[in-house]
Ligand binder design. Structure first.
Ligand code: FES
Length: 162
């Protein structure tokens, strides 16, 4: 299937490019806009961006593979990141990830069978003082206990988190 974007995302991209003196500087903003719509950045998307910005496809790839917040694989409806850096690891993040996966019937990096979630480890999410922390899409959940994880997974399964 040909690569397509919604009119809204195309409009966003059209507005972003003229804000920069050099069009290639809009690269990261465009990648964010596409990932927001599609959940990840396919090779077709990366090629489309290279063409749109008149740069070599390798330049897009370098950026996509360098920054951990860009994804190259499809994810579930909710993208859940479990911090595993020191403070969070010492406060039980590995157990949290296991429990979250158990509750959502999935494995790290995979889409849950109901399509509602992908759980992955992440490096420091910049909230070490409130470890352990988990991000669900753009929202941070802090000082998590095992009970909190069970409740969080229930809310995701029952679509209380939109
Ligand atoms: S160590 Fe987890 S937020 Fe920094």
């Amino acid at each position: 299937m040909a690569f397509e974007l919604s009119q809204e995302t195309l409009d966003t991209i059209d507005k972003v490019i003229p804000r920069y003196p050099q069009r290639q500087s809009a690269l990261m903003m465009i990648l964010h806009a596409i990932q927001k719509e599609q959940g990840y950045l396919s090779l077709e998307a990366q090629e489309w961006v290279a063409e749109r910005l008149e740069i070599a496809p390798i330049k897009v790839r370098e950026v996509v593979t360098f920054y951990p917040f860009y994804r190259e694989k499809p994810v579930g409806k909710h993208y859940i990141r479990v911090c595993r850096t020191l403070s969070c690891a010492l406060n039980g993040s590995y157990k949290i990830c296991d429990r979250l996966c158990q509750e959502l019937d999935t494995k790290p990096g995979e889409i849950s069978p109901d399509g509602k979630a992908t759980v992955e480890f992440a490096e420091c999410l910049a909230s070490c003082g409130t470890a352990p922390v988990v991000m669900v899409d753009d929202d941070m959940y802090e000082n998590l206990t095992e009970d909190d994880i069970v409740e969080l997974a229930r809310r995701i399964r029952e679509e209380e988190i939109k």
